[in-house]
Design a protein around this ligand. Structure first.
Ligand SMILES: O=C1O[C@H](COP(=O)(O)O)[C@@H](O)[C@H](O)[C@H]1O
Length: 243
C-alpha cells in the first residue's frame, strides 16, 4: 500500500500532459535536493508523447538526468514502434542530456532473453555505483493499455511473476518485449500513471476498485511503498476522483 496515493482527472490529454510535466519537475527537484541526480524511467506507447514534447521545451538541469526505459518492443530504435525512438524524437534529441546518461534497452542483441539479462546487469552496475543493491528510481512513468497491461506486463503472462530479475521478457501476440519487473517498479519513489481514452475505462474500473484479478489486470500489481499517482483524462477517468 503506497504511503501516498491519488487520482487526478484532467479534462483532456493536453492538460493531463501539462500536469505530468509539473509532477515530473516536482519529483526532479526532490531528487536533486536529496541526491543530486534524477533517475527517471520512461513509458512507451502513445500517451506520454505530449509530455515528452513539453519536456523538450523546458530549460531543466539536464546534466543531472539519468534516463531509463520501463519497457521496449523488440525493434531497432528507428522503427516506428520503438519506445526509445519515440522518446528521442519527441524529447531527448532536443536537449543536452549527456549521451552516456541515456540507457536504452539493448534491442540490438539477437536474443531478447540475453537483452533482458544485459539490461538487468546495466541497472545492477549503475545502482551499485550509487551504493544501492537494487534499483530505486526517483520517478517511473507508466501507461496502461485497454487490457490493463502496464509497461510490457501483459495479462496472464509469466513476466508478471518474475521477482529475481530487474528486467524480463514480456510478450504481446507472440512478439517479445523487454520490461522492468514488478518489484523494481514498486521500489521507485514515485510511480506516475498517464492514462487517456475511453477504451481504458473498463480496465481502470478493475484496477482502481481493487476488485480485479492482478493477473488479469497487471496494473493492479503496481503498489510502490511511497507515492502512486494516477493522471486520467476525462474520457478514461469518467467517475474517478479521490477528492
Ligand atoms: O504497449 C504499450 O502500451 C502501454 C500503454 O500505451 P498507450 O499507447 O495506451 O499509452 C505503455 O504503457 C507501454 O509502455 C507500451 O509499450
Amino acid at each position: 500500500m503506497p504511503a501516498e496515493q491519488r487520482i487526478e482527472v484532467l479534462p483532456d490529454l493536453e492538460s493531463l500532459s501539462q500536469r505530468a510535466l509539473e509532477i515530473t519537475v516536482e519529483q526532479m527537484e526532490l531528487a536533486l535536493a536529496a541526491r543530486g541526480r534524477f533517475n527517471i524511467v520512461l513509458a512507451g506507447g502513445s500517451t506520454p508523447k505530449s509530455l515528452y514534447e513539453r519536456l523538450s521545451q523546458e530549460a531543466l538541469p539536464w546534466s543531472a538526468f539519468h534516463v531509463f526505459w520501463g519497457d521496449e518492443r523488440y525493434v531497432p530504435p528507428d522503427h516506428p514502434d520503438s519506445n526509445e525512438g519515440m522518446a528521442r524524437q519527441a524529447w531527448l534529441d532536443h536537449i543536452p542530456i549527456p549521451a552516456a546518461q541515456i540507457y536504452p534497452m539493448p534491442t540490438f542483441l539477437p536474443d531478447p532473453h540475453q537483452a533482458a539479462a544485459q539490461y538487468h546487469q546495466e541497472l545492477l552496475v549503475y545502482f551499485q555505483s550509487l551504493d544501492k543493491p537494487t534499483p530505486d528510481f526517483d520517478l517511473v512513468l507508466l501507461g496502461m493499455g485497454p487490457d490493463g497491461h502496464t509497461a510490457s506486463l501483459f495479462p496472464h503472462t509469466p513476466a508478471l511473476n518474475v521477482t529475481d530479475q530487474f528486467v524480463t521478457v514480456g510478450e504481446k501476440e507472440g512478439q517479445p518485449r523487454l520490461t522492468l519487473t514488478v518489484p523494481v517498479i514498486n521500489q521507485a519513489r514515485c510511480v506516475l500513471f498517464l492514462v487517456a481514452g475511453a477504451n481504458k475505462q473498463a480496465a481502470l474500473g478493475q484496477v482502481l476498485t481493487k476488485t480485479g484479478d492482478p493477473q488479469a489486470y497487471p496494473a493492479r500489481l503496481i503498489q510502490p511503498d511511497e507515492t502512486l499517482i494516477w493522471l486520467l483524462d476525462q474520457e478514461a477517468g469518467l467517475g474517478w476522483s479521490d477528492e
